[in-house]
Design a protein around this ligand. Structure first.
Ligand code: SF4
Length: 89
């Protein structure tokens, strides 16, 4: 399937809110932030080996192609990104 990559701005908000999803809560270091998140760089310290749930395109391809089209899925995710960014301000 051909699609554009997810337009991630690397704001780090998804990694700072892992407690909000049952699929990522196991990564919580105790304050809602992932234990693999580097607060100084806003980068993932295990990026190349990060879990599937953190790989937007791969997760979509494995589990969600029959439920959403890619553009709709991106739109839905960007709405969550926006909510998380607003809450952090
Ligand atoms: S594993 Fe990496 S990409 Fe996934 S939530 Fe943690 S810091 Fe973010």
């Amino acid at each position: 399937m051909e699609y554009n990559d997810f337009p991630c701005t690397a704001c780090g908000q998804c990694c700072k809110n892992v407690h909000k999803s049952e699929k990522t809560s196991y990564l919580n270091r105790g304050d809602g932030t992932c234990r693999h998140f580097d607060e100084d760089t806003l980068l993932c310290t295990i990026y190349k080996n990060r879990p599937l749930v953190c790989r937007v395109e791969d997760y979509y391809n494995k589990y969600l192609t029959h439920i959403y089209d890619w553009d709709g899925f991106v739109k839905m995710n960007l709405e969550v990104c926006e909510q998380l960014q607003k809450q952090s301000n």
